[in-house]
Design a protein. Structure first.
Length: 252
């Protein structure tokens, strides 16, 4: 089976480097509809009854990032969704994570769309016709349409897509790409007060200053945004039915 890349020579890891950060954490409150301001939230008569700050706004950028990383490592469940535009290409993704080794979601690059499930080291991919044509032309469409392609996280041909199933790897890669992260202004995301971190690349991360110091959003300019949504319990992620699976690593 030929290697697959979303456009030859154009790795989807570029999306990660530009935008995707902290993909193993989520806000303590519902961020399904998020908003951000450049200044601290207005005071209210109920302020005295509001939960206490977690104190990260008093730290420098490096310390805030360290606290966010620790919170990320302890997160059990998360949904991450985002969009990106790069060199005229449009990308979108939506993933749910249950711990370090279970993930389920989809990734889209233009007309190509692929659903991805990870359980342990096994990865299952179910692509549309546009995606399958890049895998192996018309023959791949005939053989694999409607099927789950089974591979592993170590498969060289699909490692760029498997990367999205490892939330910790996404976090580490993006943080490295954006160094140094400096403390910015106070703001608000979905009712949760935040402090921003601004990367050398210009990307801006919002970290909760109430509850656990989760990353709530990342903005990388027009068309480039990631949102983190909480989940009360880990997603129910299971292997697809055996009758739908084709082990592509065994195909020549």
């Amino acid at each position: 089976m030929p290697d697959h890349r979303l456009r030859r020579g154009h790795a989807p890891a570029a999306l990660v480097l530009a935008l995707a950060t902290a993909a193993a954490c989520g806000p303590a409150e519902d961020a399904a509809t998020t908003s951000k301001t450049g200044s601290a939230p207005a005071a209210s008569s109920a302020a005295s009854a509001a939960p206490a700050s977690n104190g990260v706004e008093k730290l420098d950028g490096a310390a805030i990032l360290a606290r966010a990383r620790k919170a990320t490592a302890s997160a059990r469940a998360l949904r991450v969704r985002g969009t990106s535009e790069e060199d005229g290409e449009k990308y979108a993704f939506d993933f749910r994570y249950a711990g370090r080794t279970k993930a389920s979601g989809w990734f889209r690059n233009g007309a190509q769309r692929v659903e991805i499930i990870r359980v342990g080291k096994d990865v299952y991919l179910k692509g549309n016709k546009a995606f399958l044509k890049t895998v192996g032309g018309k023959s791949a469409v005939q053989l694999l349409a409607g099927k789950q392609m089974k591979t592993t996280v170590k498969s060289a041909g699909f490692k760029e897509l498997s990367f999205f199933t490892d939330s910790t790897a996404i976090f580490d890669e993006a943080v490295k790409a954006g160094k140094p992260w400096k403390k910015g202004k106070a703001g608000m995301v979905g009712g949760t007060p935040t402090i921003s971190l601004v990367a050398a690349t210009g990307d801006e991360m919002q970290v909760a200053t109430r509850g656990a110091p989760y990353v709530l959003t990342v903005d990388g300019g027009p068309g480039n945004r990631i949102e983190y949504l909480p989940s009360e319990s880990p997603a129910d992620i299971r292997r697809p039915p055996a009758g739908t699976v084709v082990d592509v690593d065994g195909l020549k």
